[in-house]
Design a protein around this ligand. Structure first.
Ligand code: GLU
Ligand code: MG
Length: 431
């Protein structure tokens, strides 16, 4: 499949004979611009900026080709990610991968820095008969075999550089980590991880869901994005051993930028009707818009380094954006995180006071000292925050924003009359 990871975070595309792939690298395959407006539940949002008019091409980036051939009696999983471009090959600014490339180019031009990132995914496998083994147990891993081993093998074949897999805290919940990689490759890898995990589950007759909340009272599935910024010598510009939390002034400004724009960013990082049920206290899911020092209740967290691993600690050092989930487009979300961080650097924002305690035990006044503001309580409020955030709104091409707004209105309409439990079940069917 010549594939495209779209605004709904789903991978869609068109398949060609593998033997013709080399030709397709040059010419791509046809694509309809209004496909950009298809929401995660299927319906195409109307109105959208294109309607029935216009044509695009999906132009594959051969470096992203995934070929996983682990199974008998089924064709290999073989797909490549693309940019959506105009028919003459000119970039289309409503393409999320192109939008990310522009954000990374601006970061590099203004600061000389390159982004390294990795997306950490949580997901659930569908329930099976029999007892549910405990969180993190060897038993939980073994009862699902060959799932974990196949995920690691498949990710390795896919070139996604797997680092770890574990049975997580929730029933049938898992987490998978891949190594950081540069720029667009990090968002590509996020799309690949989801597809590969889904395929491994499918081959075992199961289903993997990355929906943010399988049920309203249950445990959330987060996507945590680990970020560092490297200069031309490969030094991590976020690290400064003498600063609080070892976060450099530049790193503090980047984090402050992400927090300043957080209400509007949430419309892209936590972009479903049920995302906001996950972003509530005591879920370790970042319900508080503050900079946490080794603190999992904060939207941005300074991650721990392991001194015992030895070597240069700056190489491990990273900050993590936690208020994301599997309904996001990884390319669009990462692009806006980068733009928000870059705005923080540009504005020389001060490093926020590091929050090292449970924010839910602090008064509103104490929280304010940490710069923590109330966050949007639902997707409608987050979308409204985009309109109120002139900077963030200005980063979005008009077509992209008009399409996105309409797409989200269609998605919200699909679940409007459902109870929270029904809405969670509905998302779990598609994400
Ligand atoms: N499941 C939590 C979330 O929704 C994250 C737990 C963790 O820190 O791994 O983000
Ligand atoms: Mg986790």
């Amino acid at each position: 499949m010549i594939a495209y990871c779209d605004l709904a975070g789903l991978v869609r595309g068109r398949s060609v004979p593998a033997a013709t792939f080399d030709d397709r690298i040059r010419s791509g395959v046809g694509w309809v611009p209004a496909n950009q407006a298809i929401c995660c539940f299927g319906p195409l949002a109307e109105p959208n900026p294109w309607g029935s008019v216009g044509d695009r091409r999906l132009l594959p980036d051969p470096a992203t080709r995934v070929q996983v051939d682990l199974w008998e009696g089924v064709s290999p999983l073989d797909f490549v990610l693309s940019d959506a471009v105009h028919t003459d090959g000119a970039p289309w600014d409503a393409c999320p991968r192109t939008f990310l490339r522009h954000a990374l180019d601006d970061l590099r031009a203004e600061t000389g820095l390159r982004l390294m990132a990795s997306f950490e995914h949580e997901f659930v496998l569908d329930a099976r008969d029999g007892p549910i083994e405990g969180p993190f147990t060897l038993a939980a891993q073994r009862v699902a075999e060959p799932f974990a081993g196949d995920v690691m093998a498949a990710l390795r074949q896919a070139g996604a550089d797997p680092e770890m897999i574990l049975p997580e805290y929730g029933p049938n919940q898992w987490e998978v980590l891949v190594r950081p990689t540069e720029g667009i490759g990090a968002a590509d890898r996020a799309a690949v991880v989801k597809e590969v995990v889904r395929e491994v589950a499918r081959r075992l007759g199961r289903r993997a869901s990355f929906s943010p909340l399988p049920d309203p009272d249950g445990i959330g599935n987060g996507v945590h994005v680990h970020i560092s910024l490297l200069d031309d010598e490969g030094r991590n510009a976020l690290y400064d051993a003498v600063q609080p939390g070892a976060l450099s002034q530049l790193g503090g400004a980047f984090a402050a930028g992400m927090l300043r724009h957080l209400p509007a960013l949430l419309a892209f990082t936590a972009p479903s009707a049920i995302s906001y049920l996950r972003l509530t206290p005591h879920r370790w899911s970042a319900g508080t818009g503050a900079l946490g020092y080794r603190n999992r209740e904060c939207a941005v967290r300074i991650c721990p380094v392991a001194e015992l691993a030895g070597g240069d600690l700056s190489r491990q050092f990273n900050i993590e954006s936690r208020a994301m989930d599997g309904t996001a487009s990884p390319h669009l979300a990462l692009a806006l995180l980068v733009r928000a961080g870059l705005a923080g650097i540009r504005g020389k924002l001060e490093t926020p006071l590091l929050l090292d305690r449970d924010p839910n035990e602090l008064s509103a006044g104490e929280l304010a000292a940490f710069g923590a503001r109330p966050l949007p309580a639902d997707l409608e409020s987050a979308l409204a925050a985009v309109e109120e955030d002139a900077f963030l709104r200005g980063w979005l091409p008009d077509d992209l924003w008009d399409c996105y707004r309409s797409l989200k209105a269609t998605e919200l309409a699909e679940v409007r009359d459902l109870t929270p439990a029904e809405a969670c079940a509905r998302y779990a069917e598609v994400i």
